[in-house]
Write a protein that binds this ligand. Structure first.
Ligand code: PMT
Length: 223
């Protein structure tokens, strides 16, 4: 596929680790740096797409020319994605989304007290954004997920592909420290809706993003 394979297409990319607030000064989050999602945004833009990057806080500079939508929590991310998805041709969910959020957010800083040696946090499940998106997805739209797994990578990934009605999924072994969260490189197995698998080499996230965007463009072209 050539350089401009996403010309005229609008692509939403999510990036970074969501933050779930405990109180005004604390939150739960994860190790996502945003590098993978920012690389996908850049690759999609280079392929000619109009790109919206919905991003949790990161240390990165967004690629010039993309529309940036900053978010913090999984609920923010869900709203930002669901608002924009109906107008988009494709969605790539590279964000590392919290699976649980505090049941209550304290208005004031949580205090230690002399009679309190521990603290029990009550958490509840966050909304599953890709599952919500699956409900409103139209036949011409393409959705791409990542599966961050520390065990049973391909089996868990296949399950996510089907349960979230995805067209493409990048299975990411995050038990390794040389790829996945935070590193500059990655290696993924791309699995499409027919179950066809392509293993990428271990290479830079921008190269991985280019391979993913190529596959995305091919799938969009068949719709
Ligand atoms: O940001 P980097 O440091 O570059 O690291 C990249 C990465 C490892 C974060 C990235 O490659 C990656 O794997 N992102 C997905 C992380 C994740 O949340 O995986 P998951 O297996 O928990 O979720 C599966 C898919 O569902 C993901 O596309 C996720 O965005 C989405 N999801 C998850 C939970 C939720 N409540 N709603 C969702 O839509």
């Amino acid at each position: 596929l050539g350089q401009q394979s996403l010309q005229g297409k609008s692509v939403i990319v999510t990036a970074g680790g969501t933050r779930e607030r405990l109180d005004p000064v604390r939150f739960l989050t994860n190790d996502s740096s945003g590098k993978m999602g920012y690389a996908v945004a850049e690759a999609a833009q280079q392929a000619g797409a109009t790109v919206t990057l919905i991003t949790a806080p990161t240390r990165l500079t967004p690629p010039a020319g993309v529309t940036v939508v900053p978010i913090q929590s999984t609920s923010d991310l869900a709203q930002a994605v669901l608002d924009r998805f109906p107008q988009a041709d494709a969605l790539v969910m590279a964000a590392a989304v919290a699976d649980f959020q505090p049941l209550d957010v304290a208005d004031q800083k949580i205090k230690k007290s002399a009679d309190n040696d521990g603290l029990i946090l009550k958490l509840r499940k966050t909304p599953d954004i890709l599952a919500e998106v699956a409900k409103i997805k139209q036949p011409h739209q393409v959705t791409v997920g990542f599966a961050a797994e520390t065990q049973n990578l391909l089996a868990n990934a296949q399950h996510k592909l089907h349960s979230k009605s995805l067209d493409l999924l990048a299975a990411n072994d995050v038990s390794r420290t040389d790829i996945g969260f935070n590193s500059d490189d990655n290696q993924v197995t791309l699995i499409d809706a027919n179950g066809e698998q392509t293993q990428t080499p271990k290479t830079s996230k921008i190269q991985i993003a280019t391979l993913l965007v190529d596959q995305l463009a091919k799938i969009l072209a068949t719709k």
